[in-house]
Design a binder for this molecule. Structure first.
Ligand SMILES: Nc1ncnc2c1ncn2[C@@H]1O[C@H](COP(=O)(O)OP(=O)(O)OP(=O)(O)O)[C@@H](O)[C@H]1O
Ligand SMILES: [Mg+2]
Length: 456
């Protein structure tokens, strides 16, 4: 174990004993013979732990504890007391000591108590660092891009983060819809509140309804106790409804009501619940078309679309590729604890020319893979998948083609291409294509591709 410990005891022999024992355990130990000396030391030095005897002339252990805690509330403190003094030990715990040891003690016992306290403190520190990092990871600074469209988009996101307006984020799969939603929440004054996200395409209608709005015990078979809906969970924060185009008309009606009245009713309940939630929705479906086809309520669409944010596909903003590459190189080299790599000019130029159907997600995966595979400082073309390096951006609709392809033949070729990219995984391919799995399945059947991708 490591850590800096201050031992305070008026008995010199006790101080010496503790110093020897704890030094042998790997701690960095200092001692003080009086409370006053201990106060001075704790003011000038930060200790991971202070261990003090309760019974000391002039300033008692308890007084020392109060004094130290007054200046450094986060200071960990253990008290030592004679068995008869257990009451004062309890008082010390009330005043914020983390533990106590009764004298005389066994060496193993004190080692354990100290170890516990020091490791708890380390854990707390680590948690704090993680928390800070998390906040940073989700800030708008981490939405990388230097193209005009991204700069404008970030400005808009910053401007609207502190309003309560509903936001509709649109863009192809992998363009960063989740990321920007989270960044908007983190830059808003709701940041300390919850950020709750749900993918509306991932659940069947009834389940989605009970997830969103909750239910009362007994409202249907299986509702054995009350359950809070996500709108309740998100109270004071933000709710992010991903793939909102996949909601049923009934859910859409309830969503409209939350937006308009800030209230909703749990399934099986009659009392409306009032909540203060900011709603961000995302979709890569053509909602205007869905509205026309009466699959999406137009009133909800207009309510959601108060502030539309559109993230263009990566192929329309090649300027962002180099800076994203740099960002992901740093991210994955750091994560894997390897020294920072770079990408050769030739490879970078190929990355710039690829059409990135999976957008930033695909680029990120590509860089992660190359960082892990390449043994060189400079990542070369052959560290990337051949298809990315091919440099034929529109190869599926080749301009040399003798006749103009039909829309269907393009769709078939594209689905085939994406299925290969997704290594035959239908769910993944559907995600990249921006359609749901059942639609993909139908299309695979239609184009007689189903046998080619039997698994999954
Ligand atoms: N501008 C960006 N800067 C940094 N990372 C990005 C950016 N855009 C996307 N990413 C990263 O790309 C990956 C995909 O982004 P995200 O999940 O937000 O996309 P999405 O649009 O929600 O995709 P889907 O439609 O499939 O849900 C994530 O790891 C995200 O961190
Ligand atoms: Mg998403």
């Amino acid at each position: 174990m490591s850590g800096k410990i201050l031992v305070v005891d008026d008995e010199k022999s006790m101080c010496e004993f503790m110093e020897i024992m704890l030094t042998r355990e790997g701690y960095d130990v200092e001692t003080a013979c009086t409370g006053e000396e201990a106060v001075k030391k704790t003011v000038s030095t930060g200790y991971d732990l202070v261990i003090a005897d309760m019974m000391m002339p002039k300033m008692s252990g308890l007084e020392l504890l109060k004094e130290v805690k007054g200046r450094r509330p986060e200071q960990d403190f253990i008290v030592m007391t004679a068995f008869a003094g257990v009451d004062t030990a309890i008082e010390a715990m009330k005043q914020g000591a983390v533990d106590y040891i009764t004298k005389p003690f066994k060496v193993d016992e004190i080692k354990l108590v100290i170890e516990k306290s020091v490791s708890r403190k380390k854990l707390r520190k680590e948690n704090e660092i993680l928390k800070k990092q998390l906040q940073h990871d989700f800030s708008l600074d981490n939405f990388i891009g230097q193209s005009e469209s991204i700069i404008e988009l970030k400005k808009l996101a910053q401007r609207i983060s502190n309003t309560d307006s509903t936001i509709l984020i649109r863009g192809e799969s992998g363009t960063g819809k989740d990321l920007i939603a989270c960044a908007i929440h983190s830059s808003s004054d709701r940041a300390s509140g919850p950020f709750v996200t749900i993918n509306c395409a991932a659940l069947p209608e009834t389940l989605l309804e009970s997830e969103l709005f909750g239910y009362k015990k007994g409202s249907f078979t299986g509702a054995i106790k009350d359950k809070d809906g996500l709108f309740k969970v998100a109270d004071g924060g933000t709710i992010f409804l991903d793939e909102i185009g996949n909601t049923s008309l009934i859910i859409q009606m309830k969503l409209l009501r939350v937006i308009e009245d800030k209230t909703f009713t749990a399934i099986g309940d009659t009392k409306p619940i009032e909540v203060d939630v900011r709603l961000i929705a995302a979709t890569n479906a053509d909602l205007e078309e869905e509205v026309k086809a009466l699959k999406f309520r137009s009133d909800l669409f207009y309510r959601l679309n108060v502030i539309p944010i559109y993230i263009p596909p990566l192929r329309e903003r090649f300027e962002d590729i180099p800076i994203l590459v740099k960002h992901f190189l740093a991210k994955y080299c750091q994560r894997n604890e390897i020294s920072l790599k770079s990408v050769s000019q030739e490879a970078l130029s190929a990355l710039n020319h690829y059409h990135w159907p999976g957008n930033v997600r695909e680029l990120e995966n590509c860089i992660e893979r190359a960082v892990l595979l390449s043994r060189r400082e400079v990542i070369e073309k052959d560290d990337f998948p051949a298809k990315v390096m091919e440099n034929k951006p529109t190869s599926i609709v080749s301009s040399e083609s003798p006749e103009t392809p039909t829309l269907e033949s393009i769709e078939k070729a594209y689905i085939y291409y994406i299925m290969n990219q997704a290594q035959g995984k239908k769910s993944k391919a559907a995600q990249i294509l921006g359609i749901d799995s059942s639609t993909l399945y139908r299309k695979l059947e239609k184009y007689k591709l189903i046998d080619k991708f039997k698994k999954d």
